[in-house]
Write a protein that binds this ligand. Structure first.
Ligand SMILES: C[S@@+](CC[C@H](N)C(=O)[O-])C[C@H]1O[C@@H](n2cnc3c(N)ncnc32)[C@H](O)[C@@H]1O
Length: 212
């Protein structure tokens, strides 16, 4: 990474830690970095150094931790489109990288649900270190989520599971719906649902669904 981009990542981290973060400056600094280096730039901002190992709590059939690429996250956020009054809900949130990014670039609150307790702890350590109070991580199986839904949720799924678990999550979502919501997926086209309509597909890997 160019020295100027390393410096802009360090400036972004310093601003976050000093509670002087501004989403529009953050976006501007990110967009100056070539797409191929944006993941390394974000990892430098957040101080994330290596991928954590998966633990035994990952149920069979669920997908291990792998961070969503920044450019896919940007497409999700811009085409949802996410506003600062929305709540980003990361279904299978890992160490919190995607939800922290969504918060930093939009100002929206974020909630993560993650089945591996060690990853929840890593996410909590990260948000505490960066003084990010509007982001929370919950340990648990997302297919057992409880409601009701609050604010305008933007559910984000970077393939945490598929098949019967995905069907179970969708059935739970249908039961809990009391207000409009958006579901954004990366590399995970959803089977047709009577309560969801495909709103946008800005890239073959990204799908944005709206509640009917
Ligand atoms: C491909 S990773 C995506 C991580 C994160 N959303 C991101 O984009 O950076 C999938 C994550 O889903 C979690 N996961 C898998 N099954 C889950 C379940 N039933 N409930 C909650 N989390 C789950 C995994 O532990 C893993 O951290």
């Amino acid at each position: 990474m160019l020295r100027s981009h390393q410096e802009s990542a360090d400036r972004a981290r310093t601003a976050i830690e000093a509670r002087q973060h501004d989403p529009s400056y953050f976006r501007e600094a990110l967009l100056e970095v070539p797409p191929s280096e944006r993941d390394a730039w974000l990892d430098r901002v957040l101080g994330i150094q290596e991928l954590p190992n998966d633990g035994p709590e990952l149920p069979s059939g669920c997908v291990p931790y792998l961070p969503c690429p920044v450019d896919a996250l940007l497409r999700v956020i811009d085409h949802a489109p996410m506003r600062s009054s929305d709540v980003f809900v990361d279904v299978g949130s890992g160490v919190g990288r995607a939800m922290i990014f969504a918060h930093l670039i939009t100002g929206a609150s974020a909630i993560g649900v993650e089945v591996q307790p060690a990853l929840v702890q890593a996410a909590q350590e990260l948000t505490t270190r960066l003084h990010l109070r509007r982001i929370s991580s919950q340990a648990g199986d997302a297919t057992q989520m409880t409601g009701p839904l609050t604010s305008h949720p933007v559910f984000f799924l970077y393939c945490p599971f598929s098949g019967s678990r995905l069907q179970a999550w969708l059935a739970r979502l249908e039961e809990l719906r009391t207000r409009p919501f958006t579901v954004c997926t990366v590399d995970l086209p959803l089977p047709p649902q009577r309560f969801l309509t495909l709103g946008a597909s800005p890239h073959p890997s990204v799908s944005i669904y709206r509640s009917t």
